[in-house]
Design a protein around this ligand. Structure first.
Ligand code: FAD
Length: 385
């Protein structure tokens, strides 16, 4: 990695453990294969669980390491630096299911969360619907209480692991505006799952649609009190967005280091490319942006650990990190010339994978909306984080 004081490195032996996982499990190579032949990488997911690289922040009683957030971010950055978004995002999977860890019953946590942290069970998140994406307040999938069960009716769309998840955390309307969360095994009767058209990047997620037709879910599978879903979602999205920012910066940094090395030796017009200001100056700007955005992320994580409200900073961090990483990777493609544009080099896949950061977990424009709502607060509940 670049000798820069702002490059995050996990402390203790963790950095060495991540390096050995990258090497032994050949994660960079596997990530490239998954781009060509998309499938959920069960074997590597399990192996990450065995190495305790899932649930980095999860409490030890659930098999996690219970690390502070800044340490988690540094670890994800290192994973992303070494292998792109795929396995860093998989490492975050228990974090994406934070509502289950924080608000699920003891039974739900033992039956679902613990196996997730071990890498034996995949749990998806289903919020988005055909008529409700950025505007999660417009959800239509309904859960109706009937005795000891809820009956789910409606459609979820755009969901990662649509056909591969063993269970899903499903957000459903229970009242006029109130939304509850349910842990739904995906094998229940009445569930129909379809994988959609292949994505631009991160194809291993095999996103698609899940239809619920009179699906009966035990009332005990509700996560937390009735109607509190948006409060949970807000907490979860704040952490997720900051940690996703760490991942995107890690991917951007890998392309940065590679292009810096390349322009130092590649010659054109009788001198190294680095001697052209048109090549050097954009890379110097990328350097500053990568460092500055990392410091912003770290600062927000430190404030979050102290219990401060960093909803706006998390939204802005994800937006900035996505933009910085995309710009940096784009320069890597450009300054590697013809090979940069081809799949012989990793940059084009990295660009396609990171591009999802402008849409997933809240589109970049909505991140500005979220931040604006902190500058000019409005009373009442909000679905936007
Ligand atoms: C890789 C990936 C993985 C995903 N995984 C999941 C998953 O596991 N579970 C899940 O539930 N969903 C998932 N999603 C879906 C994602 O959360 C939604 O696509 C996202 O919230 C946007 O919703 P939408 O697609 O309905 O777009 P829309 O809401 O239709 O918005 C379209 C575009 O309009 C613009 N826009 C929207 N609102 C505003 C506004 N107020 N101001 C300015 N511009 C605006 C934005 O550019 C936005 O991208 C995933 C998406 C991707 C790309």
């Amino acid at each position: 990695m670049t000798a820069s004081p702002t490059v995050p490195v996990p402390s203790g032996t963790l950095a060495a453990e991540v390096d050995s996982a990258l090497r032994d499990l050949r994660l960079a190579e596997r990530s490239q294969q998954l781009d060509q032949s998309p499938e959920f990488p069960r074997a590597q997911f399990r192996a990450l669980g065995e190495r305790r690289l899932l649930g980095l922040r999860t409490a030890a009683e659930f098999g996690g390491r219970g690390l502070p957030l800044r340490e988690v971010a540094a670890t994800l950055h290192q994973l992303a630096y070494g292998s792109g978004t795929t396995f860093a995002k998989l490492s975050l999977q228990p974090e994406f299911c934070g509502v289950l860890a924080a608000h699920g019953s003891e039974r739900l946590r033992a039956d679902f969360f613990r196996p997730l942290v071990d890498g034996r069970l995949l749990i998806g998140n289903q919020v988005t619907e055909p008529g409700a994406g950025s505007d999660a307040g417009a959800l239509a999938l309904r859960a109706t209480r009937v005795g000891d069960e809820y009956v789910l009716e409606g459609t979820k769309s755009e969901a990662a692991f649509a056909a591969d998840a063993d269970a899903a955390i499903v957000y459903a309307k229970v009242g006029e505006r109130e939304v509850s969360v349910f842990l739904v095994p995906q094998t229940l009767e009445g569930i129909h799952r379809t994988v959609g058209s292949p994505d631009l990047g991160e194809r291993w997620m095999r996103r698609g649609t899940v239809e619920y037709s009179a699906v009966r879910v035990p009332a005990g599978n509700r996560i937390g009190p009735e109607g509190r879903a948006f409060d949970f979602l807000k907490e979860e999205l704040t952490r997720e967005r900051l940690l996703l920012a760490a991942i995107y910066l890690g991917v951007g940094r890998s392309s940065f280091d590679e292009v810096v090395a390349h322009v130092g030796v590649r010659e054109a017009f009788g001198k190294p490319l680095r001697a052209q200001q048109a090549v050097a100056f954009p890379l110097v700007e990328d350097w500053a942006q990568l460092d500055a955005t990392w410091l912003y992320v770290e600062h927000a994580l430190a404030r979050l650990e102290k219990g401060e409200d960093v909803v706006a900073q998390a939204a802005l961090a994800k937006r900035m990190a996505t933009g910085v990483a995309l710009a940096t990777i784009d320069h890597a493609i450009q300054f590697h010339g013809g090979r940069g544009y081809s799949s012989a080099l990793p940059h084009e896949q990295r660009w396609r994978d990171v591009r999802s950061g402008g849409i997933a977990h809240g589109p970049s424009e909505v991140m500005l909306r979220v931040a604006a709502s902190r500058l000019w607060p409005r009373p009442g509940p909000s679905a936007e984080g």
